[in-house]
Design a protein around this ligand. Structure first.
Ligand code: BV8
Length: 233
């Protein structure tokens, strides 16, 4: 069986990384239009850097949770049965990789990578970023930014994502509110191609009615239970 899994902030919530739209979520404390857009970076680079520096430091002290470990087991288990897991995450953390997932597509980029807007270089980055930081490749300053997709920017690897989505037997959406596009549109793409759909979330998302099946509860419990069922059925 070929499964396409889309994950969102809810899969990392039990690792202590904030979600965006929950009660005390990030976007309830910070304005995404002032911190997660290219315009914001041009007008307030120091504020944008401070926002991502804080999140990068939080990430370095976070650990994967049972949901991340279960998805890594699913990838191995499906491969052993001649199937595949295509893991597409909206998250910019590296918790899927740290739990052992080998194929992960970060459609909204990665917090532990930096990109130079002068030379286009992309590099691993674990320290704070700032306007004074020199690009290790071209040695210019002022152009280093988090390698993250902001609102209004093109998500990454969209061709590979749509190819995998339309070739899947099952589309499962895990820990996402279904409020950011184009990711929020994947479920209707899947349905339009007769692909079975399942939502695993703390509670029904805005898109819940578009799913054939819904499994609700904390990802750390609901995802391992679902993976166990897939691998033993
Ligand atoms: C783009 C990185 C053009 C930065 C983020 C229609 C079509 C196309 C575009 C648009 C459109 N309408 C509007 C747009 C523009 C915009 C958009 O969607 N705006 C929204 C606000 C309406 N989209 C864009 O700008 C995108 N780019 O469109 O380019 C294009 C179009 C088509 C094709 C190609 C190009 C770029 C969007 C990317 C923005 N960057 N993140 C950063 O992280 O700082 S978005 C940000 O929100 C996150 O990355 C995440 O991806 C996204 C969604 O958040 P969720 O992951 O769902 O988190 P949320 O808090 O919302 O929900 C958490 C869920 O978990 C909840 O349901 C909760 O119940 C659940 N939960 C909580 N705890 C648990 C749990 N579940 C299980 N267990 C728990 N313990």
């Amino acid at each position: 069986m070929n499964i396409f899994a889309l994950t969102g902030a809810g899969v990392s919530a039990e690792s202590g990384l904030g979600t965006f739209r929950d009660k005390d979520g990030l976007w309830t404390r910070f304005d995404p239009m002032k911190l997660a857009t290219p315009e914001a970076f041009v007008h307030n680079p120091d504020e944008v850097h401070a926002f991502y520096n804080l999140r990068r430091q939080n990430l370095l002290s976070a650990e994967p949770n049972a949901a991340h470990w279960a998805l890594a087991r699913l990838e191995t288990g499906l491969a052993e049965r001649g199937g595949s897991l295509f893991l597409c995450t909206q998250n910019i953390d590296d918790l899927h990789e740290r739990a052992g997932s080998r194929q992960v597509i970060h459609m909204h980029g990665e917090l532990l990578k930096a990109r130079c807007t002068a030379c286009g270089g992309i590099m691993p980055w674990r320290e704070d970023l700032g306007t004074e930081v020199l690009c290790p490749s071209c040695r210019r300053s002022g152009g280093m930014r988090p390698h993250v997709v902001w609102f209004g920017e093109m998500p990454l690897e969209m061709d590979a994502i749509y190819d995998a989505l339309l070739g899947a037997d099952l589309f499962v959406s895990i820990g996402t509110s279904g409020s950011v596009y184009p990711a929020a549109g994947f479920v209707s793409e899947a349905r339009g191609h007769g692909i079975r759909t399942c939502e695993i979330n703390l509670e029904p998302s805005d898109n819940a009615r578009q799913f054939d099946e819904g499994r609700y509860g904390p990802a750390g419990e609901a995802v391992p239970a679902w993976v166990e069922q897939v691998l033993t059925s």
